[in-house]
Structures are given as structure tokens and as C-alpha cells.
Write a protein that binds this ligand. Structure first.
Ligand code: ADP
Length: 249
């Protein structure tokens, strides 16, 4: 589903990502791991389109996307979350999820002028879908609260809700376990499993090895801008090169 091929990105001559290649199979949950500074976030930004690669290609379903703007990648079914979620703090949880809908009636002026009934029906469907997603992520109790009151873990759930609202086929998760208490972490892991069971593919940056071992069929290990290896989490955890990269990092 996702093919990253010989992708490089430098910042002022420093090669943060240096000829990285890996693939993510459709329906898989793949981990992207490695010590701090390995180039994981930069790789995410290259896939999501917030950064442009200096070289290499990125394909989703066989289609090269490396020159497409981020919003077009979202429309093509690619969605990402951030390590530190930044919801619209003053907007409610429901409004935050609604804002992530791909078919926002307000954006289409002509239908708004000529087919108000159809637009309202679409709005109602969006609200219904947003509320279903919010319930699925156990946020119904805070649906009408401004996002600023949410805990760190609830913000992660809200991010996931926003991502689901966009209707993706491939989700990039940036450290879903970071700053999340154990009870909510269990909820987040269970929901990722359920979303995956519906056929959605995941690529996950994560330092929490419990999450990686439970969810990821395969991990891609990065260090110093390169791919060190890939394999099952347990295999990679005892790979001497991987152990050395972590100790050295
Ligand atoms: P990771 O997510 O694996 O911790 P990053 O992709 O964030 O690694 O960073 C890889 C390297 O690239 C680091 O050395 C970091 O300092 C550098 N880097 C990342 N983004 C920038 C940037 N915008 N400008 C300069 N250097 C950057």
C-alpha cells in the first residue's frame, strides 16, 4: 500500500533521511522505530507532505505522491496524527471532528446557494458520523466541551477521531502512547486494533515497546537517517545492530 523508495532529505547539508526504502503492506500495522534523531519524524513529514524530499519516490497504491500537496494526500486516503496533538482549543470536541470531514458542505459555494436542502442533509450525515466516531473513541461525555479541557490521552483519542473522520485507508500515527496514562493507553491500543480489523493500514512511530510488540506485525528500524533493518518486533529487539544503535543513541 505504501512504498518509500530511496528517499532523502537534508537540512543545511545534514542528511536527516538518507536513502530510506521500506514498504507497508495493505492491512498491516507497521512500526517505525529507532533512537531519537534517527529520522523517523522527518520520514513521516515526507510521507504526509509537510516536507518535500530531495530525492526518491513515495507511492500509495502504486501512485507517486511525493509531489502532491498535503491536502491532496489526505483526499487520496492518507492521514496522520502528531506527537503533540494541537486541536482547535476553543472549539468543542464535536466541532474539531467535524472540521476534519473531507466533504465540508460550506466549502462548496454553488451547492450552498442552489441546493440548501442537500447541503443540510450532508451536514446532518456528517454530524451523525462524527458522533459515532466520538462514541467509538469513548469521548461522548466531553463531546460539547472545548478541546482545551482534554487530558493528554483524550487529545490522542481526539486526533484519532479527526483522522477517522477524514476516511483514510492509511493512517500515520506519531507516538500514540506518549504522555498517555495506562488506562487510556489500553483504550487507544484496542481502538487501533479495531480500526485495523476494518481494513485500515497503519504506520506507527512509537517508543513504547509494549505497544509495538502488541500491535505491530513488523517494524522498520531507523538510525542516523537510514534503515538498519526490518522484521518482527521480537526479532529486531535482539538484533545486535539494533541493540547497538539504541545504546549508542
Ligand atoms: P526522530 O523523529 O527519529 O527523532 P527527526 O526526524 O526528528 O528524528 O530528526 C532527524 C535529524 O534531523 C535530527 O538530527 C534533527 O535534529 C534533524 N532535523 C529534523 N528536522 C530538522 C529541521 N527542520 N531543520 C534542521 N534539522 C532538522
Amino acid at each position: 500500500m505504501l512504498e518509500v523508495q530511496s528517499v532523502s532529505k537534508s537540512f543545511d547539508g545534514f542528511r536527516a533521511v538518507d536513502g530510506v526504502s521500506f514498504a507497508v503492506a495493505r492491512g498491516a500495522i507497521t512500526g517505525l522505530i529507532g533512537p531519537n534523531g534517527a529520522g523517523k519524524t522527518t520520514t513521516f513529514n515526507l510521507i504526509a507532505g509537510t516536507l518535500a524530499p530531495d530525492a526518491g519516490s513515495i507511492r500509495v497504491d502504486g501512485r507517486a505522491i511525493e509531489h502532491e500537496p498535503a491536502h491532496r494526500r489526505i483526499a487520496a486516503g492518507l492521514a496522520r496524527t502528531f506527537q503533540i496533538p494541537k486541536p482547535f482549543a476553543a472549539m468543542t470536541v464535536l466541532e474539531n471532528v467535524l472540521a476534519a470531514a473531507q466533504d465540508q458542505p460550506g466549502e462548496r459555494l454553488l451547492p450552498a446557494l442552489f441546493a440548501r436542502g442537500a447541503v443540510r442533509a450532508q451536514e446532518r450525515r456528517n454530524i451523525e458520523r462524527a458522533r459515532d466516531i466520538i462514541a467509538f473513541l469513548e469521548l461522548s461525555r466531553v463531546e460539547r466541551e472545548p478541546a482545551r479541557v482534554l487530558s493528554g490521552g483524550q487529545r490522542k483519542l481526539l486526533e484519532l477521531a479527526r483522522v477517522l473522520m477524514a476516511g483514510p485507508k492509511l493512517i500515520l500515527l506519531d507516538e500514540p502512547a506518549a504522555g498517555v496514562n495506562p488506562a487510556l493507553l489500553e483504550t487507544i491500543m484496542a481502538r487501533i486494533e479495531e480500526i485495523n480489523a476494518r481494513g485500515i493500514t497503519f504506520l506507527i512511530i512509537e517508543h513504547n515497546m509494549d505497544l509495538v510488540a502488541r500491535l505491530c506485525g513488523e517494524v522498520v528500524v531507523m538510525a542516523e537517517g537510514r534503515v538498519l533493518g526490518r522484521g518482527r518486533p521480537a526479532e529486531m529487539a535482539r538484533d545486535p545492530r539494533v541493540v547497538e544503535a539504541y545504546l549508542g543513541g
